[in-house]
Ligand binder design. Sequence first.
Ligand code: SF4
Length: 350
Amino acid sequence: MEADEPGISKDIAAGRRKRPRTSIAQPYTRLRGPAVLGHDDFPPTKPQGDNVIEEVTGVRKIRMLYLQLLYRCNFACGHCFHGERLKYADAYTAEQACNLMRLMQQQHGTEAVTLLGGEPFVYKDLAPVVRYAKHTLGQVVEICTNGYRIGPRLREIAPCIDLLRISLEGIGNTNDAIRRDGSYTAALDSIALARGLGVRTGATLTVNRHNISEVVDLAYTLQALGVSQLKLHQLRPVGNAALHPELLVTDPADYSVMRDQLRSAPLRIEVVLDEDLSEDGALPCAMPGPRDEIDRIESDPRGALTMSCKAVGKDSHAFWYDKDTDRIVHRPSAKDEVTLGIPDVVYSHA
Ligand code: SF4
C-alpha cells in the first residue's frame, strides 16, 4: 500500500506502531460517540499489559477479525440487527481500522479480516483499508455487502479481495420488500461482476417467515451464478427485527422442513447454518471451556470487541479497541460476555 493513500499515515503504511497519545494507566478515557449509547455507564479501564485479552481470558490465537467499519448503510432493512444504530455516525477512520488489524495480527496472529458495516461500500476509505489488509498485513480479505451499486469500487479493489459475500433476503420481491426495489437484481449483477473480475463469492441469508420456503431455490440460483457458499442465519428479535415480529419464524418445525429440503436437494453449493438453525439448536449460555484459540472476534464501529455474535444487540463487551490510545483495553462489567460466558457462534451443515 502506498503511504500517500488518503487517510493512511506513513507510519501505518510502513507497519510501524503509533505511540499512544495517553498512558493506559491514566483514568478512564471516554470514547467518542453519542450519549445515547450510555458511555457514562462504562466502568473505568483497569491498568493492563500489552496483551490484555490473553491476560484475562487465556485466548492466545484468534483466527479472524470481523471489522464493522461504520454503522451507516444505504438500506434500512426491516430485520437489521443494528436497528437505531444505522443512524449513528460512529465509524473507524482508515488509520484506526489499519491500526486495529495490525494490533490483532501482532497480538493474536489473526490471518483473516472480514470487513462489514453497515455497508462497507459506502465507507469512503474502503480501498486503502483493503489494500493495507492485503498488501501490508497479508490477510485473507472478505467483504460482506448488500451488493447494491458497488461496481466501480469493486473493480478498484477486486485484486485484494479473497471473498465477496453478498447478503440476500429471499428471491426477487421477497428480497426487495425487506430492502428496496431493484436490490435483488443489483445483488445478482454484483455477483456476476465479481465472477467476471475473478473474485470468489459467497452469500448470506437471514431466515425469516417469508423467505424460509425459498431457501432451496435461492441456493440453486446462487449455484448457477458460481457462488461457492450460502450461509444461513437465524433472525433474532433485536434491532429492527424487534419492531417486526411478523418476520420471525415461530414454529421450529419450519426449520426442520427447511433442513430436510436442503438435505434432499442435489446441491453442489455449500450451505452452512448457524447453530441456532441446526437440529440441536444453540448451546445454553454456559461458560465455554478453557480455550487458547478462538475463531473470531468482532469489533463494532465504536471499538467494542466481542468474541460472540450471540451478544449482538446487547452491550456485553468486555474488551474495547481504544481509538485514542491505539490499545485493546478491558472494561469488565457484570453483564459482559466473559462474565456471562456467552458462547460463540458455530456453523454446521444442514
Ligand atoms: S441488514 Fe445489512 S443491508 Fe440491511 S440495513 Fe442492515 S447493514 Fe444494511
